[in-house]
Write a protein that binds this ligand. Structure first.
Ligand SMILES: [Zn+2]
Length: 195
């Protein structure tokens, strides 16, 4: 009651307005080609939008007890923090140490602690899954995972229930089978774009 559910189209619209979502023909950091490029930092640089997305994710877990929100650094830091703020929960993050996702900086979780794992974008779900495994090693009860955007068409399996504020149905493909490449359209690497 009272809290408006954040609509998928509104989320996508905010991404477009801030150029956090570009449409065309792109080379992703993975080397795969896609018709959509996402750079969440460009929308999350606006605290108002970050807070709205955080409240939107928090709302989806209304009625569920969440003691702690945890995110994989760096991508999950801003949105995870905003979800935790909206829920009055603690916020911690995992980061890589010798290639493994771990809790550092004196962070810990207790056995049975109810944790929500939050990331900005789920593509394969790899970072979220690694964070869940790291927390479960402490005995944490990871109740679910969430992201602003799911670009896996809902396919990524992280081993716990998962939600996203918006789901994109766009394929990321090997250059050899890319339709845009076959049409001779040049692929752009947005990160290296000069202005
Ligand atoms: Zn291509």
């Amino acid at each position: 009651m009272g809290v408006k559910r954040v609509k998928s189209e509104e989320v996508i619209q905010k991404f477009r307005e801030t150029e956090a979502l570009l449409e065309g023909h792109f080379v992703l950091s993975s080397g795969l080609h896609s018709a959509v490029y996402l750079q969440c930092a460009l929308v999350l640089q606006h605290p108002r939008e970050a807070a709205a997305f955080g409240a939107g994710i928090a709302e989806r877990f209304r009625g569920e007890s969440i003691q702690t929100v945890a995110s994989p650094a760096i991508g999950g830091l801003i949105i995870g923090h905003e979800v935790a703020r909206a829920r009055g929960a603690r916020f911690i993050w995992t980061e890589r140490e010798n290639g493994q996702m771990v809790l550092r900086r004196g962070f810990s979780v207790s056995p049975g602690e109810r944790v929500l794992v939050v990331e900005d974008v789920v593509t394969t779900g790899g970072s979220t899954r690694e964070t869940i495994i790291a927390l479960q090693a402490y005995g944490a009860n990871v109740i679910a995972a969430a992201s602003i955007i799911d670009r896996s068409s809902g396919q990524a399996d992280v081993g716990v229930p998962r939600i996203a504020l918006a789901t994109l149905n766009v394929a990321s493909v090997e250059p050899a089978v890319c339709e845009a490449c076959k049409r001779g359209e040049p692929a752009v690497k947005p990160g290296s774009r000069k202005k």
